[in-house]
Design a protein around this ligand. Sequence first.
Ligand code: ARG
Length: 464
Amino acid sequence: MTKSAGNTLWGGRFSGGTDPQMWALNASIMTDRRLAFHDIRGSKAWVRALQRAGVLTESEAQTLLDGLTQVAAEFAEGQFVFAPTDEDIHTAVERRLRELVGEVAGKLHTGRSRNDQVATDFRLWMLDAIARLTTALADLQRALLARAEADFGTVMPGYTHLQQAQPVLLSHWWLSHFWPLQRDRERLAQVRERTAALPLGAAALAGTAYPVDRQALAADLGFRRVIPNSWDAVSDRDFAAEFLFAAALLGVHLSRLAEGVILFSSAEFGFLTLSDAYSTGSSLMPQKKNPDAFELARGKSGALIGALTGLLATLKGLPSAYDKDLQEDKAPVFRAFDDLAALLPVLANALRTLEVHPERTAAAIGAGTLATDLADFLVKQGVPFREAHHIVGHLVREAEQRGVGLDALPAETYRAAHPAFTADALESLLSPQASLAHRAVEGGTAPEAVKAQMALAREALSSE
Ligand code: ARG
């Protein structure tokens, strides 16, 4: 017997068998087997809906529900044995159900299509996946906040264009990576909202012919609403694309954080030392300690972006409803989830266990980073900012020509630049602490502003 002739789902109209290579191409079981529990949940709800609609008797429904419970137990215990005819997870579950409860299993698929079934399974899976990612993401945020709290008071140069710009608190830098993740978490919550819409009952595309109460079915499965158009219900993969966008952007955020940590842990910066537990060595160079966890974050973000663009390209030309192209929707989503689920806890713990070198970060602050403060001081004396910028620019050039920092220019040079630059004024101006203190604006890097920011961050996490 060929596989297609043995296929209980669609073998009826076929006389010849499927070519084995065609079978292998078409089968999705290796990918969608991980939907097993969601498929069974969906089927159980469908059984209850058919019973409420008077399509199944109470005893038929009970037999099917008990059988499905047993199939789920086999999956949970790792006892489920796939058959060579199991084309996809839907076929596998129904085949096993028939072996367990007999011919009544043939009533399960009444009024249902794999088109609405797979869309339902995938959405149910995604709701669970989003919940898991959200938890892991919040924990990474917690690790960043813990760093901000532990490293409070540590000063470092802030960079723009990767050139020294102005002094900042290291806590401010950690938190600059906290807020993007907060937006990622909000985005995932929005994706969850749109994912929680019920396709089941749409059948192939036109809606089921049985009087199923779809509102009750939605409630039974934890969906918030019924998709209003049955045709759209079986076509729509926006939830998968949106999930992949959220995953890709999260990946970009992780990659940028990773790039900073990699850079700052290099010998040239020496700001951070990663713990051995989250680093790896070189097979050739005995001295090497590599920041692989962060490099993998940076590397995997590429594949996350690829997953999104790949799915969008798959979707864009589809004529209508369910097309087999849509079978390609799951692998990129599963991979994105797996990558993030593997990365997030490792990054959180790598951050928790790294060591900061406050003396190195402080020593790295060049006096040039205080140039803005000198200009701001002149502004306070009534000098227009543009002119103040110019005056300080000359001082910077002078310092450069002498090969010294701004803080090492002679007092006369300063006084010649502007009489307000007295020794006392300069004394209180030319320190990173003074520079920080000037930036007490909401969201700024002054210690009290960063404290307020940490309180906001704690509040953002409190709902988790
Ligand atoms: N294996 C399919 C998928 O993952 C299930 C839906 C098949 N539907 C169909 N009409 N052939 O998309």
